[in-house]
Write a protein that binds this ligand. Structure first.
Ligand SMILES: Cc1cc2nc3c(=O)[nH]c(=O)nc-3n(C[C@H](O)[C@H](O)[C@H](O)COP(=O)(O)O)c2cc1C
Length: 157
């Protein structure tokens, strides 16, 4: 990603798209924390060993566990975490649509990210999505999988 700042309007467009992601029971138990602050991003990288990119913006996709409990989802219900996935996929597509590069990161200290982002009680960050203007001709950090849809699919009967 380049050093060019990400416009706040681009982030707002992305967040507006993310609210349309499907959620279990239409409950919307995810919350999002956005930042473009260079100091916050620097500290975020320090507590995220898996954050290879140097983003100029980031959105943390959080689960609000107070809401999860309030709605009565039992702890073994996977819905809130699946919804983190649908929200993140929508976020990545929206970032692409506004011309930004984006990459999810899960390798971080949840406790430290909670402190850095000043998360309210009960919110836990599950993924942090790095955002920035894509730098041209960057090597891929992780080798791309060479899977076809046939490798991934089983037809029945
Ligand atoms: C749940 C999840 C966790 C991820 N965590 C990290 C991470 O900690 N660090 C990282 O660089 N990429 C992370 N990624 C990004 C994947 O490595 C990336 O999507 C994959 O390598 C495919 O890359 P591509 O989209 O460029 O093809 C994560 C992706 C997902 C879905």
């Amino acid at each position: 990603m380049t050093d060019e700042p990400v416009a706040r309007e681009q982030i707002e467009t992305i967040l507006d798209a993310v609210r349309w992601a499907p959620t279990a029971g239409n409950r919307h138990l995810q919350r999002f924390v956005a930042t473009t602050d260079p100091g916050t991003l620097r500290v975020l990288r320090m507590v995220s060993p898996g954050m290879i990119a140097k983003p100029t913006a980031a959105i943390a996709v959080c689960v609000d566990h107070a809401l999860v409990a309030e709605y009565g989802f039992p702890p073994e219900n996977h819905g809130p975490w699946i919804d983190v996935g649908t929200a993140t996929a929508t976020l990545l597509l929206a970032a692409q649509a506004v011309g930004l590069g984006a990459g999810p990161v899960s390798s971080f200290s949840r406790a430290a990210v909670g402190v850095v982002l000043d998360l309210p009680e009960g919110w836990v960050a599950e993924l942090v999505v790095c955002l920035g203007h894509p730098a041209p001709d960057q090597p891929r950090a992780i080798k791309p999988a060479r899977l076809t849809w046939r490798d991934l699919t089983h037809w029945v009967p």
